[in-house]
Write a new protein. Structure first.
Length: 235
């Protein structure tokens, strides 16, 4: 045994072991918190994605895109539909601001819609914010963050392919003929219920779900050591 270890007293050994155990415990809880935070953020994004692709919201997107193309003065339903779409992206921005999720996740799931919708609506946003400066106040920051991520990932190293006038017009035309029901996929998309009806399981501890749900594994949380109740729907 090395000389310096022989000189260590029993109380010193006890303190050293206690310190090591404390560091290990803190490290474990920090890792578990980060893992849980990521899982919950993905749950929130997937839940928002299910809403964005729902038949009702697809109809709103159709009307909003038509309104942006034609810009009629008396199109109140189209204008309200556009506001609903912008409110959706503002909610995503709020979730990022509150650190529920992150801009990268928003870019991954919604970037192809957020960038052209925001760019096409800039004049309307500026006009509305003259009367209400707090309206859609978080969305601009999220838009810039998503554009920065897109610039870093796209070979062109810019966002011209998404927010140029030609790209926006083509995008809006596609939105106007959007099928009300999404095309079926070959695999089910597991949409996680909101936290109020979610049953988390960890270490054998389970809270009963508030309504009957099928228990299965979510790919997002299973890899993080979690299993929870989700509702499988096929899109």
């Amino acid at each position: 045994m090395p000389q310096f270890l022989q000189s260590v007293t029993a109380p010193a050994w006890s303190a050293l072991i206690s310190t090591g155990a404390l560091i290990a415990t803190i490290t474990f809880f920090v890792f578990a918190w980060r893992r849980d935070h990521f899982s919950r953020g993905i749950d929130a994004i997937r839940w928002m994605d299910a809403r964005f692709q729902s038949p009702e919201f697809r109809e709103l997107r159709q009307r909003a895109a038509s309104h942006l193309i034609e810009k009629p003065e008396m199109d109140s339903p189209g204008r309200e539909a556009l506001y609903e779409v912008l409110n959706f992206f503002e909610t995503l921005a709020f979730l990022c601001t509150k650190d529920v999720t992150e801009a990268y996740s928003v870019w991954h799931f919604f970037g192809s819609w957020l960038m052209p919708y925001y760019s096409a609506s800039k004049d309307i946003i500026v006009l509305r914010r003259k009367d209400c400066p707090s309206l859609w106040s978080d969305m601009e920051g999220l838009y810039k963050a998503v554009c920065e991520i897109e610039t870093g990932h796209h070979p062109s190293k810019d966002t011209h392919h998404v927010i140029s006038e030609t790209a926006i017009n083509e995008f809006l035309k596609r939105e106007t003929v959007l099928p009300t029901m999404p095309r079926p996929s070959t695999a089910p998309l597991y949409v996680v219920e909101p936290p109020c009806v979610m049953s988390w399981q960890k270490g054998g501890l389970t809270r009963a779900p508030t309504r009957t749900q099928k228990q299965t594994h979510c790919a997002w949380c299973f890899c993080a050591g979690y299993s929870h109740f989700v509702t499988p729907i096929r899109l």
